[in-house]
Design a protein around this ligand. Structure first.
Ligand SMILES: *Cc1c(COP(=O)(O)O)cnc(C)c1O
Length: 233
């Protein structure tokens, strides 16, 4: 291991402790229950060494967007809870269904069905979130608001999936109030589902540049990459 790696590690540990602390502060500031916001470390584009130092710091939940890149990491780090957060190609559902605990980016019945059918029966049901295109941008993946109920009902009917909630990546905004407005749209949808009796516990919103606004709007999981690890390769 070279000196550069040690520097990386110190920096990542520092980032991790700082963000954990800031999450607690935000929970208090926005009247959230203590420890109600889970930190998902998004490790796409980050080296094995960087992951290792974060795991040593005590981080358990990791997110990856590309199956091929995730494979050696999953092989190496067995005690991590792996979340798939990227676009899902049909021919990747078997491996994704076998190797991940969560898939946060479900957007079609076809993919849901394949994940269900290919989830090995000795494993607990695969936790899933529906990815919602909150800002209704054409370029973004995710379902529209009026498609949520139909897909949610379908996923609930599948025995090897467990629907946990909603995930979204709103359009990027610099202004804090505007960030909150985007997140508020999905928060309202999430609360509607809860009010209708859907047994959900996960609102996965907020990334490196907007996670405070997400906590203010009720995020139960924030997905942080660059603010933890530094720039991606
Ligand atoms: C890459 C990615 C993130 C993390 O983004 P950062 O800006 O690096 O924090 C979060 N969620 C999803 C779905 C991503 O693809």
């Amino acid at each position: 291991m070279c000196k550069g790696d040690n520097l990386h590690m110190d920096l990542i540990t520092k980032n991790f402790l700082k963000i954990k602390k800031e999450i607690q502060i935000c929970e208090r500031k926005y009247n959230r229950t203590p420890n109600s916001v889970k930190l998902l470390a998004v490790s796409k584009g980050q080296s094995i060494n960087k992951l290792e130092s974060l795991i040593q710091s005590g981080q358990i939940f990791f997110g990856e967007s590309y199956l091929q890149e995730a494979l050696p990491k999953i092989e190496k780090f067995k005690n991590v809870e792996w979340h798939f957060i990227g676009t899902i190609q049909r021919n990747k559902t078997k491996k994704i269904g076998e190797l991940f605990s969560w898939v946060q980016s479900v957007t079609t019945k076809v993919i849901a069905k394949r994940l269900n059918d290919q989830r090995p029966s000795h494993l607990p049901p695969l936790n899933i979130c529906l990815e919602v295109n909150v800002s209704e941008e054409k370029s973004k993946s995710g379902i529209l608001f009026d498609e949520i109920i139909d897909l949610a009902d379908y996923c609930i009917s599948l025995p090897h999936l467990k629907l946990r909630g909603l995930m979204a990546i709103p359009k990027q905004q610099k202004d804090f109030t505007k960030q909150r407005q985007e997140f508020n749209k999905i928060k309202i949808m999430y609360e509607n589902l809860l009010a209708k009796g859907y047994p959900l516990d996960t609102l996965s919103i907020g990334m490196s540049d907007d996670w405070e606004a997400a906590i203010a709007e009720g995020a139960t999981m924030i997905r942080i990459g660059t603010a933890l690890f530094g720039p991606r390769n």
